[in-house]
Structure formats: structure tokens, C-alpha cells
Design a protein around this ligand. Structure first.
Ligand code: MV4
Length: 449
């Protein structure tokens, strides 16, 4: 390892996040390898990486999810580390293990930690042990309808059934009364068994109109943990986030401090290392309840980068190379101002129908307080096979009002022709009084459309 870092890093991903990782590697002076599917042959990550290798056809199962193809590419190009980005193999403990067995550093948590955070009721139990608030619920996996009925009676309806190996909203059932419970439980177990690695289901008190608030953290391999504030992610549709911001307009400083302190201890005890996100629901009283851990860099990480000034992807790489957080951060984290991210998707702004195709015209906004993370270029193609994210537009200001003003100005100056995008939708959201007032929850889009 020349310079004590990595010799070369392979990026097991595509699109804007592949470019984002290339940028961090360039800033560190580390050469990169892009892997790509046949659909991404002409993409910017392929152009800007030092080397590029085709790993298969368009379908992700045979390219970006094909572990043997990716490991072969890593061995041929003689890399010593792999960055998984988000999605695809980023939280695949088996992949992290294959990397370790192949002598390649997986830029993420240890495989055992990825596995244990992937078992949701176990993550819940660990958080409870360290004093992180959780919702009333089952102590572990439900043994059957009798246990479920007894617990639900004690907690009070409505309750929610969740798949142990689920997450991101899949495999959940809301139960409003006792008469529905046994049936719903067997449905949830069946669905979990068919969709995930396990049919296990657990139970929690259901919050009908929560806010979704998540804490960003960094943890090194030497037991140091830093919490980098939170992101408000309640503006979403069908579990797809549309707009994120930091800080949350709803989080009381006292709650932020109390939860951050508890989280720090829990993350330390788990042996977690990497960037990570801990998701919470906020109830109408403003209290937070843990729901799950995301053991990866997330789409919305630039919002935290804007307010903290920390390069989270660079930090991931330095952590994986064995550096300590004090070395990486060089001092205390002092959040500054307010940041908002709008996800610009290739989809119809009203129907949300996917809108892949050729970008025939493109003009990116810029100016003070604006960042654009994108793999889009004039005449480039957005293929139909992957998620529809085209660009992330991030606005930073001294306060929320200034961030909103800058975001509106940047949306007005953002031109994408040839495909439909969510730009018009974001303009409408930013003009909505309830949004401006910070008065919203996860039902905002549904209620409004
Ligand atoms: C909940 C909930 C209400 N009560 N849990 C959805 C994604 C998954 N990570 C957890 N989810 C939820 N869990 C309890 N006990 C409501 C949701 C939920 C949700 C959470 C965050 C963001 C958007 C959401 C949309 C619908 C439901």
C-alpha cells in the first residue's frame, strides 16, 4: 500500500454514486476501476475511472449483483479494495465475506456486523440494551398467533408486523384489531419466507403519521464513533425518498443530544466500522424510536456533507485503510446552516411512471450554495434497467429559508430535455405552505396528490 492507503479501488456500482466514489479516490490519489454492464458502456464512470471492465449484460442479477464477475474483475485489475456504493451488494454480508477471503478490503462494516444489523429484531434488541429508545413490541421473533395476540393486547392496537430480514418497507402488515391478527401474521410470514432469507416476523406498536429521521455516523476500526447530526427524510412516496434535509425542522435539540449519546455507545458495542445510518420514527409528541440500521453510504449523504463539511466517502475509504476518526476529521464537527437535497428522477412528475431514454438537452445549475451530483450528460442515455435517479441537487444556506430560496433558483435553472423528470414536482413541494412551515410527516405526498 503506497502512501499507507490502497493501491487501487474497484467500484462495484454505477451511475452518480460510482462517479462520487471516483471523485473521493481522485482526491486521495488512488487509481480506480469501474465495472459496468453492457447498458452502461458509454457512461461517465467508465470514462473517468482509470480502468473499466465489462462484467455482464444489462440485467443487474448478471452484472452489478454477480459476485464472481466482480471478484474476477478485481483480481484481473489487481485492486486491493472494493467500494460497493449503495444498493446492489452494499449490504450483502456474503459479498463482504468473499472479499475478505480473496484478500480484498470491502469498504464497509465487517460481514458479521452487516449480518447482525440485517436481522431487524436483533438490531432492535441491541439498541434497547444500550438505552436507545424503541417502540413497544415483541422481545424477538414471534413464535405464533397466541404470543402475537397476547403482546398486541398489552401494547394496544394498531400494531405492525415486520419481516425480520425485511426493511425499506417490504413485508409489513398493519393490524387494526385482534380479529385480523392471526391471518395477517400468517400472510406476513409467508411473504417474508418467499421474499427474504427468513420467514421470521416481529411486532411493534404502529405509528400512523410518523416523521422519518435518520442519524449519520462514522465509526473507525479502533472504537471511535462520531454522530454527524440527522437528516429529515419524511418527504417520500411509496418508500422512495424524494427530498431530504438537515437539520430536521422538527427535532428538539434535547432529543438530538440524548439519542446521539446513546447511539454512540450502541454503535461502539456492536463493533461497527464505516459510515452508517440509524433510522428512527418520530411520533406526534416529537419523540424518536429506533427502527433500523443502514450499513452503507446512503443516497442522501451530501446533505450531511454540506452542513458538516466532512467528505463521507473519503472518510469511508480512510476508515477501511485503518485510519482513526481523530486523524480523518482533524477536530470537532461543527454543523453549519441548513441543506436540502432534491432527488431528480427520470419519471413523470404527476404519474411517477418511469421515463428512461436519451437526454437531448442538459444545462446544470450552479452558483453559491449549490451542488449537483450526477452522471447525466448531453446525449447520454438513462437505461430502463436500474433505478431512475438522474441527479441529486443539493442546496446549502445559512438557514432553512436561504436553502429553500437557493433550491428554487437552482430548480428553475436546471434543464433536462428528452425525458420527464421530477423537477416540476420539487418546484411544487417547495411552494407548499406546509413544507415551508416544516409541518409534514411521511404521508405528505400521499395526502397531497
Ligand atoms: C413503521 C411505521 C409505523 N410504525 N413502524 C417503513 C420502512 C421501514 N424502514 C419502516 N417503515 C415504517 N415502520 C412502526 N412501528 C411506518 C413505516 C413507514 C415509513 C417509515 C419511514 C418512511 C416512510 C414510511 C412510509 C410508510 C410506512
Amino acid at each position: 500500500m503506497a502512501s499507507g492507503l490502497f493501491r487501487k479501488v474497484l467500484i462495484a456500482n454505477r451511475g452518480e454514486i460510482a462517479l462520487r466514489v471516483i471523485c473521493a479516490c481522485r482526491d486521495l490519489g488512488i487509481p480506480t476501476v469501474a465495472v459496468y454492464s453492457e447498458a452502461d458502456r458509454n457512461s461517465l464512470p467508465v470514462r473517468f475511472a482509470d480502468q473499466a471492465i465489462c462484467i455482464g449484460p444489462a440485467r443487474s442479477a448478471r452484472s452489478y449483483l454477480d459476485i464472481p464477475s466482480i471478484i474476477s474483475a478485481a483480481e484481473i485489475t489487481n485492486v486491493d479494495a472494493i467500494h460497493p456504493g449503495y444498493g446492489f451488494l452494499s449490504e450483502n454480508a456474503g459479498f463482504a465475506e468473499v472479499c475478505r477471503d480473496s484478500g480484498i478490503k470491502f469498504i464497509g462494516p465487517k460481514p458479521e456486523v452487516i449480518s447482525s444489523m440485517g436481522i431487524k429484531e436483533r438490531a432492535r434488541a441491541i439498541m434497547k440494551d444500550y438505552g436507545v429508545p424503541i417502540l413497544p413490541g415483541s422481545p424477538g421473533v414471534l413464535s405464533g398467533p397466541e404470543e402475537a395476540e397476547e403482546l398486541a393486547e398489552k401494547i394496544g392496537y394498531p400494531i405492525i408486523l415486520k419481516a425480520s430480514a425485511g426493511g425499506g418497507g417490504r413485508g409489513m402488515r398493519i393490524v387494526n384489531e385482534r380479529s385480523e391478527l392471526a391471518n395477517m401474521l400468517s400472510q406476513a410470514q409467508q411473504e417474508a419466507g418467499a421474499s427474504f432469507t427468513s420467514a421470521d416476523v416481529y411486532l411493534e406498536k404502529y405509528i400512523g403519521a410518523p416523521r422519518h429521521i435518520e442519524f449519520q455516523l462514522l465509526a473507525d476500526e479502533h472504537g471511535n464513533v462520531e454522530i454527524l447530526g440527522e437528516r429529515e427524510c419524511s418527504i417520500q412516496r411509496r418508500h422512495q425518498k424524494l427530498l431530504e434535509e438537515s437539520p430536521s425542522p422538527a427535532l428538539r435539540p434535547e432529543v438530538r443530544e440524548r439519542v446521539s449519546a446513546k447511539l454512540k455507545e450502541a454503535i461502539k458495542a456492536i463493533g461497527y466500522s464505516n459510515a452508517g445510518t440509524v433510522e428512527f420514527l418520530m411520533d406526534e409528541k416529537g419523540d424518536l424510536y429506533f427502527i433500523e440500521v443502514n450499513a452503507r453510504i446512503q443516497v442522501e449523504h451530501p446533505v450531511t456533507e454540506a452542513v458538516t463539511g466532512v467528505d463521507l466517502v473519503k472518510a469511508q475509504i480512510l476508515i477501511a485503510a485503518g485510519q482513526t476518526l481523530p486523524e480523518i476529521l482533524g477536530g470537532p464537527i461543527v454543523p453549519r446552516g441548513h441543506a436540502i437535497e432534491c432527488r431528480i428522477n427520470a419519471e413523470h412528475p404527476v404519474t411517477f411512471a418511469p421515463s428512461p431514454g436519451r437526454i437531448t438537452g442538459l444545462s446544470l445549475p450552479g452558483g453559491i450554495g449549490i451542488r449537483v451530483d450526477t452522471h447525466a450528460y448531453q446525449d447520454g442515455i438513462i437505461p430502463p434497467y436500474y433505478d431512475s435517479l438522474v441527479a441529486k441537487l443539493i442546496a446549502h444556506g445559512r438557514d432553512r429559508t436561504e436553502a429553500i430560496q437557493r433550491m428554487k433558483r437552482a430548480l428553475d435553472l436546471f434543464v433536462i430535455e428528452g425525458i420527464h423528470t421530477s423537477i416540476p414536482l420539487h418546484k411544487r413541494i417547495l411552494n407548499e405552505q406546509d413544507f415551508v412551515d416544516g409541518n409534514f410527516d411521511t404521508n405528505f405526498i400521499k395526502r397531497w396528490m
